[in-house]
Design a protein. Structure first.
Length: 273
């Protein structure tokens, strides 16, 4: 009993010295001997840091097909007017090669007020409207009138805000969207990120409301499926060219080409699922 009373007395003394001993202990662990309160490097307190360095002009200065593949795994960032940031990993793209491409808005080298951004420097946004309702976002590349369509994102941050924006863009109330439904398609992507015609001709390397940052664990060639584009219609041979690229096995992709994946697996390029 005397030993027990002694231990209780010691515990009481510790509590009287600090109202929050656990917090005091954490502060001591995180402070340096010189009084600096910046965190020390410790395996117990290390968190993954989010990169903030935006992709610069050199990255976008690539041929269209190369840029469409290079976008996979990179991160699109959108800063809303209220300061919230939306982050999404690019998982699906389509390349539109300019004048020779019968499916491109710039086929034949025709430049209009609508498609002017496709002829601007690489990294310029080309945003257009379809069916008078929905928007699609593209990024210009090397080549006259060439651009890459961003088809799908994997949401990383700001999912609640994305749901709010998707809900506001739809007239009829619907059930709560699942994560994989937020950005799995070009118009859904634009709805979730609050992108409209006002973003047309903006520069991704300079804009304060939208930009890209490098992704982590970028995919290799074996992770990328190359297949036909969506909704091309009657464009002859251009409807069949493998100019859509997506990350195999990613559930946020809008349309999966099982046949192409089986063919690639048979050639030994991909493991068969």
């Amino acid at each position: 009993m005397p030993r027990k009373r002694k231990l209780l007395a010691q515990l009481s003394a510790l509590q009287s010295n600090s109202s929050f001993p656990q917090l005091d202990a954490l502060e001591n662990l995180n402070s340096t001997s010189g009084g600096d309160s910046s965190p020390k490097s410790s395996k117990y307190f290390v968190t993954e840091k989010k990169t903030s360095s935006r992709l610069e002009a050199d990255f976008f200065h690539q041929p269209c097909v190369s840029l469409a593949k290079s976008f996979l795994g990179q991160i699109l960032v959108r800063k809303l007017p209220d300061g919230r940031e939306l982050w999404g990993r690019i998982v699906e793209t389509e390349a539109y090669l300019g004048g020779e491409d019968e499916a491109s808005h710039s086929k034949g080298g025709k430049q209009t007020q609508r498609n002017a951004a496709m002829f601007m420097k690489p990294g310029t946004l080309y945003v257009y409207q379809i069916y008078g309702i929905y928007f699609c976002i593209n990024v210009s590349s090397q080549g006259e009138g060439a651009a890459v369509l961003l088809r799908s994102l994997e949401p990383l941050q700001g999912l609640d805000a994305m749901r709010e924006l998707r809900r506001a863009s739809r007239k009829a109330p619907t059930k709560l969207l699942k994560d994989w439904q937020l950005c799995n398609g070009p118009s859904r992507l634009c709805q979730a990120f609050g992108i409209d015609k006002a973003f047309d001709q903006r520069d991704l390397t300079q804009d304060i409301d939208i930009w890209m940052v490098p992704g982590q664990d970028l995919p290799g060639e074996q992770d990328v499926v190359a297949t036909t584009r969506i909704g091309i219609g009657n464009r002859g041979e251009w409807a069949q060219k493998p100019l859509r690229f997506y990350l195999r096995g990613n559930k946020f992709v809008s349309v999966v080409d099982k046949k192409m994946e089986r063919e690639m697996a048979a050639r030994g390029h991909l493991p068969c699922s």
